[in-house]
Design a protein around this ligand. Structure first.
Ligand SMILES: Cc1cc2nc3c(=O)[nH]c(=O)nc-3n(C[C@H](O)[C@H](O)[C@H](O)COP(=O)(O)OP(=O)(O)OC[C@H]3O[C@@H](n4cnc5c(N)ncnc54)[C@H](O)[C@@H]3O)c2cc1C
Length: 545
């Protein structure tokens, strides 16, 4: 007996669509700067909306990790059990090299290519994007530390080995970062965990760590970068899960956090009890050492948030192209089309910002190396700040675009919604990014010139960009606190310049009118009357029939 009516106007799932087909901003960037990677990124692009990928991501977030403090005989175990879906995701992401392509490809444009993999991966799952991002950031530091050669080699492998064994017995490794303590995560200099040398002090020497970390995600990683106090101040240490003598290291897992989102990824509270660790860099310079990898994680969150926006946008557009109300497709209703078009602008701005940041890393050996380094110095906190701040707003609006059906857990949007605020919190909150820019401008005011040059290069012919540039030129020379105001202005001007360069006129024009000229109100869908919403929507759509 039929118990429900036929689906009628209900929209089927977005599946079997190539996540790169129609995403011109990203596909063009790959073609221009990393054409050798087209097959690789194309392969992942086809998996993003594959039914089995979507089902695996959903299961990984339904069947959550469980802490095993002890084994059946009462011995301490300090391990985490994950559902097979989590392991399948990890194998898929690490297998594609989402964590490592930039370090393994040996080709020009490899940071951009890996950033595109991460953009795609974040459309699949944010929880496993945490370990992929940490591994990406860790590889250069591991490679620079001779004592960690095994970890360097195995972390760069395009593969996944979840077994809990000493790293020398494994085929691949994953890496975590355990920095945050109870008293605060932003101010790492306040860390109270202690480190005492086993024998000699100095880089590469073993120390014993005692203390705690209030947040330690992916605790089943094979080793962790961490910060602990030495006689000379904070030091950066690498703590393997196993000691060199083949015994389990002194890391106690007290608890797994019950988190808002990112739930498939275990985040733990840990203690070090004489945990064996290797000093990385010098004693007293630990915060600086650990922050050398933050350029990579911050890029990863900027591109990850752009990916999350893309996923939410794809859901909203796909739905609006199929659902009807009042006798028309939702995407053809003017008020709704304006909302969707505004979301396209937001995603497009976020995407070009993050891709340009990835390019700065690729160009650091080019003839423009100095300029690119300085550009990256400002662009990193700007992109991390702005993309991570905007993602939750985009996801929220995308949910409303789909309506009640997106408020139901069978739909992927609730998962994106819970994921969205996280990227702003870790690896430097919004205010930390603002203070970082303030520090650069105070110490090295000329550092902002390559950033402004990037805008100057395309400003001629776009009066709104010329005006924004003039404002910035004045603001950056005034010795006043940077604040979120100037940081936001930097982000918007750079996004506009990049869209003028890379996007169709309809997109760049509406972006400049709204985000630069201020012909906009503080909610999506308030585009000026002359905006070409249909043209913008056409640019935002993937190639679905
Ligand atoms: C799901 C999840 C997983 C995590 N995983 C890890 C992990 O694996 N490893 C790890 O080390 N950490 C991890 N963290 C912790 C994360 O890095 C911290 O939460 C983050 O660094 C912020 O630190 P805090 O929470 O202690 O906030 P605080 O540092 O106390 O800051 C609170 C607020 O005050 C603001 N603030 C602080 N100082 C200033 C200032 N000088 N001026 C202006 N504003 C200021 C901040 O911007 C923030 O808004 C995780 C967090 C979450 C939510």
């Amino acid at each position: 007996m039929t118990t429900t009516l036929p689906p009628g106007n209900l929209v089927p799932d977005l599946t079997d669509v190539d996540a790169l087909a129609g995403d011109a901003l990203v596909a063009d960037a790959v073609a221009a700067h990393a054409p050798w990677s087209a097959d690789r990124v194309g392969a992942l692009g086809r998996e993003v909306w594959a039914p089995e990928t979507i089902a695996t991501a959903r299961d990984a977030h339904r069947f959550l990790p469980e802490l095993r403090t002890h084994d059946r005989l009462g011995n301490r175990s300090d391990t985490v059990d994950f559902h097979p879906a989590y392991h399948r995701l990890m194998a898929q992401g690490f297998g594609h090299g989402v964590h490592a392509l930039s370090w393994t490809a040996g080709e020009p444009g490899s940071h951009l290519a890996r950033a595109v993999l991460s953009y795609l991966w974040n459309q699949i799952d944010g929880a496993t994007a945490c370990p992929t991002g940490m591994a990406y950031a860790a590889i250069p530091t591991l490679r620079e530390t001779p004592e960690l050669a095994d970890f360097a080699r195995l972390t760069a492998v395009h593969g996944y080995d979840p077994s809990f064994r000493p790293v020398g017995e494994k085929t691949a490794a994953t890496i975590g970062y355990a920095m945050t303590e109870k008293q605060g995560g932003s101010d790492l200099r306040a860390n109270v965990t202690t480190a005492a040398p086993v024998a000699q002090r100095g880089a590469g020497q073993p120390y014993l760590l005692n203390g705690h970390k209030w947040f330690c995600s992916a605790p089943m990683s094979d080793g962790f970068f961490t910060v602990a106090r030495t006689e000379a101040g904070p030091g950066c240490f690498f703590v393997p899960r196993w000691r060199p003598d083949g015994t389990v290291n002194g890391i106690v897992l007290n608890r797994l956090k019950d988190k808002l989102g990112n739930r498939a990824n275990a985040s733990s509270e840990i203690e070090y009890h004489d945990a064996w660790a290797v000093l990385v860099g010098e004693e007293g310079r630990g915060v600086r050492t650990i922050l050398t990898s933050s350029d990579y994680t911050r890029l990863d969150f900027a591109i990850g948030s752009a990916g999350l926006m893309r996923a939410a946008l794809s859901q909203a557009l796909f739905y609006a192209d199929r659902r009807s109300a009042f006798g028309a497709r939702l995407s053809a209703l003017p008020v709704q089309a304006a909302v969707l078009a505004d979301l396209v602008l937001e995603w497009a701005g976020a995407t070009v910002l993050a891709l340009r940041l990835a390019r700065t890393l690729d160009l650091q050996n080019s003839h423009n190396a100095v300029e690119e380094r300085l550009l990256g110095r400002i662009l990193t906190p700007v992109a991390k700040y702005w993309n991570c701040k905007r993602a939750p707003l985009v996801v929220e609006e995308a949910i409303e675009c789909v309506g009640g059906n997106a408020y139901i857990e069978e739909h992927p949007l609730p998962r994106y919604y819970r994921e969205a605020p996280l990227n702003a919190i870790w690896e430097g909150t919004a205010n930390m990014m603002v203070l970082d820019i303030e520090r650069v401008l105070a110490r090295e005011p000329k550092a902002v010139e390559p950033f402004l040059d990037e805008i100057r290069d395309v400003a001629a012919g776009e009066p709104r960009l010329i005006a924004a540039l003039a404002d910035l030129e004045t603001s950056v020379t005034v010795r006043a606190p940077v604040g979120r105001r100037l940081t936001t202005q930097l982000a918007l001007a750079m996004q506009a310049a990049l869209l003028v360069r890379h996007a169709p006129a309809a997109v760049a024009d509406a972006f400049c009118a709204t985000r630069l000229e201020g012909d906009w109100l503080p909610t999506f869908g308030t585009l000026p009357p002359g905006a070409d919403a249909a043209g913008i929507l056409a640019f935002g759509r993937l190639d679905w029939a």
